[in-house]
Design a protein around this ligand. Structure first.
Ligand code: AMP
Ligand code: MG
Length: 539
């Protein structure tokens, strides 16, 4: 027997404190009065781990030897359980693209259990792509290698960029094939199946509360809210004398305030680094404010507020880059509706929702100030500076990441408004230099002059403001074409690129001379290539 079996402690708080579906069989159905259904992962033929996030493994308490143990592979593929695991799929609903979609639930995610980490906190291990559950709604419950690589890498990218995210412990090939129609155009093909073991302290979503609320199941709604507060927001219940407060309306309101704040912080983080989630449905909004469910997400190469990577959203671009804050507020509004029965007063909920707009604006301004090397956001002139820049970046195809890193390099002792100077600084950020007409050139030069004056008004050394800029403007992001190259190689059995990206993404803000080419702008061949700019939900 593997030494792994007895080494880990599980404390399955979700299962222990919330009602389970009473039906033991695994078939698609509506599940009422229950937060989850027990279901076992489907066993797979020949699991093989192709990537591990060592830091997640270490945080969970898995040593290098543990991870190398063949039994570990069996566990993260869903073939074996560790003592104390109680696999289950969660029941939730959600608004998809603005419409109520009813019950959704974990159609292909299975929680194995809540591990107690060496640091003493609880982390859920969840397998994505581990087979059908009662929530699979006719789909196969599986995941393919390409989308699993995308989830695995992006979890890591986000973590190291300092943006709250679910994490990924392992990426495992199942040894089985999965049929997919990548672009939904009738071209079905067999692809390699994979399972990602995701990790978070909570996989509960806005939609987890919406479903019981819409079904008028106040008992379940209350139990789920109380459990979430006790386990993920325990500080809200702590009294100064060490005793615990009763959960009441005020606590629910404080809880909603904090969800709103965490969500704001997450989205401002996305805007800062150029991440577009792509499917901000309410079932993809984590209650603890983590980036969750990496589907057809994308990264901005050229700065484009209208960019959406998701082909399903091409027509309305509901989830486009520049609208993510507004959508988050819309989603919070749906959550407020869902938890209203716990509070039964709309004014305080509305006040919190209104605050979201102001607070988002404040944090966005502060974030922009930091990106531009200013000590703080000062006044409306700063706002004009930010907005003028965004208009300029949008008017000609400009690589966002490169632009900000180059801006930090501009030497304020020189005349940075001189065309030769800044054109050579930003040369590598422009996708179509022919777009740089006289109007643009004179406006950019004018903007740079204003920016310089504003930075100088803070009276800081160049090294100081530049270091600040480089600490918030990543040099390396998970450009869509980079993931696609790692995917193309991995599909041929070559995992080197995948591992290189893992390494690269650990230090996104640092200069890494050996990886310089990964910071360059998207090559032309990748402009419209499937996987590099456009993705479907098929995964
Ligand atoms: P998403 O927007 O990708 O997070 O998925 C929306 C819903 O569809 C969730 O309930 C998923 O569990 C479910 N789903 C997505 N793909 C599959 C699949 N291959 N098999 C079963 N359910 C799926
Ligand atoms: Mg989802």
């Amino acid at each position: 027997m593997s030494s792994l079996q007895s080494k880990f402690t599980f404390n399955n708080r979700f299962v222990d404190s919330l009602p389970a579906d009473s039906e033991p069989e695994n078939f698609t159905r509506q599940v009422h009065s229950a937060a989850y259904s027990f279901v076992l992962p489907t066993k797979v033929i020949a699991p093989a781990i192709i990537a591990i996030d060592e830091s997640v493994a270490a945080d969970l308490g898995f040593s290098t030897d543990d991870v190398a143990d063949p039994f570990f592979t069996q566990v993260v593929a869903g073939n074996e359980l560790l003592d104390g695991m109680t696999p289950y799929a969660m029941c939730y609903g959600g608004h998809q693209f603005g419409n109520w979609a009813g019950q959704l639930g974990d159609g292909r995610a299975i929680n194995l259990g809540e591990i107690v980490t060496p640091a003493g906190d609880n982390q859920l291990m969840q397998l994505k792509g581990a087979g059908v559950t009662p929530y699979s709604r006719g789909a196969d419950g599986l995941a393919v290698l390409r989308s699993s690589i995308r989830e695995f890498l992006c979890s890591q990218a986000m973590e190291h960029l300092g943006i709250a995210t679910t994490r990924a412990l392992s990426l495992t090939l199942t040894g089985e094939k999965v049929m997919r129609d990548i672009m939904y155009n009738g071209n079905q093909a067999l692809e390699l199946g994979a399972v990602v073991c995701r990790v978070s302290s909570s996989f509960t979503r806005f939609g987890s509360f919406q479903l019981p609320a819409i079904r008028h199941d106040i008992e379940l709604l209350t139990a789920l809210a109380d459990h979430t507060i006790r386990t993920s927001f325990p500080h809200l219940l702590r009294c100064e004398d060490g005793t615990e407060k009763e959960i009441d309306k005020l606590i629910y309101l404080q809880w909603f305030t904090e969800i709103s704040q965490r969500t704001t912080k997450m989205i401002v983080g996305w805007q800062r680094v150029g991440f577009v989630h792509g499917v901000m449905n309410t079932d993809n909004m984590s209650i603890i404010g983590e980036t969750i469910d990496y589907g057809p997400y994308g990264w901005i190469d050229d700065f484009d507020l209208h960019f959406t990577p998701n082909t399903t959203d091409n027509q309305h671009k509901r989830y486009r880059f520049g609208k993510q804050g507004e959508i988050a507020q819309w989603n919070l509004f749906q959550l407020a509706n869902a938890i209203y029965p716990l509070i039964q007063e709309s004014e305080p909920l509305e006040a919190i929702l209104n605050d979201f707009g102001d607070s988002f604006q404040l944090q966005w301004r502060e974030m922009m100030a930091k990106k531009l090397g200013l000590l703080n956001y000062k006044d409306n002139d700063d706002l004009v500076l930010f907005e003028t820049l965004e208009a300029l970046l949008s008017s000609v195809e400009t690589d966002m990441s490169i632009f900000y890193r180059q801006l930090a390099k501009c030497d304020l002792d020189k005349d940075i408004t001189a065309n030769e100077y800044w054109l050579s600084m930003f040369n590598n950020a422009y996708y179509q230099p022919a777009q740089l007409d006289n109007i643009y050139v004179s406006k950019m030069s004018e903007w740079l002059g204003k920016w310089k004056t504003r930075v100088q008004s803070d009276n800081r050394e160049h090294a100081e403001h530049a270091a600040q800029m480089n600490s918030v403007n990543p040099k390396y992001v998970l450009r869509n074409y980079l993931s696609q190259q790692a995917i193309d190689a991995a599909e041929q059995g070559d995992y080197q690129e995948l591992h290189t990206l893992q390494k690269l993404l650990k230090n996104p803000y640092d200069e890494q001379p050996e990886f310089e080419h990964y910071s360059e702008k998207r090559p032309d061949w990748a402009r419209d290539k499937v996987g590099c700019s456009k993705l479907s939900c098929s995964s």
